[in-house]
Design a protein around this ligand. Structure first.
Ligand code: UDP
Length: 320
């Protein structure tokens, strides 16, 4: 697995080990953390390898040592992409190219993690896997992430046409224990951190933009099902929970309430936070119909329960 020490990757490691699999977890520890998989260090079940997916020789060897590959390593997070556009693009495009080429050579089945970000600004909702993608200009750095992830999807599908067995999942705002509160700071991680510290909760823009939030356990269920369902090969699946749609302003209120925090809500303009020329996605809602039909996947953890579990875990491992 690539990205095995990251937020999603480490939960997938846990699940695979629970199922009795041995795992090679490759991570460059740029945003992944040793703590996330530390519990497996002495189990003999997980081999942790520090390295980058840009290292062709390393990738070639490790893919040869596996029977299937979950490719989760990526430069993630809007703030991170904007701060480091070149490095992010290289990891997210060339890194995936390396992984797929090695999987093709070794005839290993591969799952790649893509993102709801590929839909861009979005047109109609809910978003179906075959819908058009609507992206802004190339001078807006944000869209480089969607572009790289879309290229990854194209690469996998092109390899599949030559016989590679592979599948693609598009994650919709995954959250839960082990989210990185500082590194790449998704909105949920940021709000939880701010609320628990009693700091102001920062809502960007008018706060009426909305997202659907998918709890990590549901994400892992979908990921494993996508890998294990043979007829799903060569296809793309949204892994997202439409029932959890919420505006960011409402999410701020909800997190403050659930944590019993005394935090206030402050509005910041996008410009204040990201500088000039930032574009946001106004509304992002998945259709999970294909995942339900073809993978038998549905989300089980609602937003209240997911936030409760997240806060509980944060209490055990305070970020600061
Ligand atoms: N956001 C916010 N305050 C924060 C972080 C994010 O209001 O401290 C907003 C952000 O502008 C976006 C939404 O929350 O509209 C989701 O942001 P995130 O970075 O989690 O992921 P995205 O869905 O945009 O990829």
């Amino acid at each position: 697995m690539t990205g095995g020490a990251g937020f999603i990757g480490s939960h997938l490691v846990d699940r695979l080990v629970e199922h009795g699999d041995a795992v090679i977890a490759l991570d460059d520890f740029s945003t992944g953390r040793r703590d996330n998989i530390g519990r497996h260090a002495d189990s003999g079940k997980v081999r942790i390898v520090e390295g980058t997916i840009l290292d062709d020789a390393l990738v070639e060897t490790l893919v040869g040592d596996c029977d299937r590959v979950f490719h989760l390593a990526a430069a993630v997070g809007v703030a991170h992409i904007i701060a480091n556009p070149l490095g992010s693009l290289q990891v997210n495009s060339r890194g995936t190219e390396n992984i797929l080429a090695a999987c093709a050579r070794h005839e290993r089945k591969v799952l790649i993690s893509s993102s709801s970000e590929v839909y861009g600004r979005g047109g109609r909702v809910p978003m179906h896997e075959d819908d058009d993608r609507i992206l802004g200009s190339t001078v807006i750095q944000r869209w480089s992430y969607a572009t790289a992830k879309a290229l990854d999807e194209h690469l996998l599908l092109a390899h599949a046409a030559h016989g590679l067995r592979g599948v693609i999942v598009r994650y919709f705002n995954i959250y839960g224990p082990r989210m990185d509160p500082k590194g790449y700071g998704s909105v949920m991680a940021t709000f939880v951190r701010q609320a628990l510290a009693g700091d102001p909760v920062t809502v960007y823009g008018d706060g009426l933009q909305s997202r659907c939030f998918t709890y990590i356990d549901d994400c892992i269920d979908g990921t494993v099902l996508a890998m294990e369902t043979q007829p799903a090969e060569g296809q793309v699946f949204n892994i997202g929970d439409a029932t959890t749609e919420m505006t960011i302003a409402d999410l701020a209120r909800k997190v403050i309430e659930a944590s019993g925090s005394s935090s206030t809500i402050v509005h910041e303009s996008y410009e204040q936070h990201f500088g000039a020329g930032f574009e946001d996605t106004r509304r992002r809602v998945p259709s999970a119909a294909r995942a339900a039909e073809r993978l038998g996947w549905t989300a089980h953890v609602g937003l209240d329960e997911g936030i409760r579990r997240t806060l509980e875990s944060w209490g055990q491992t305070a970020p600061d």
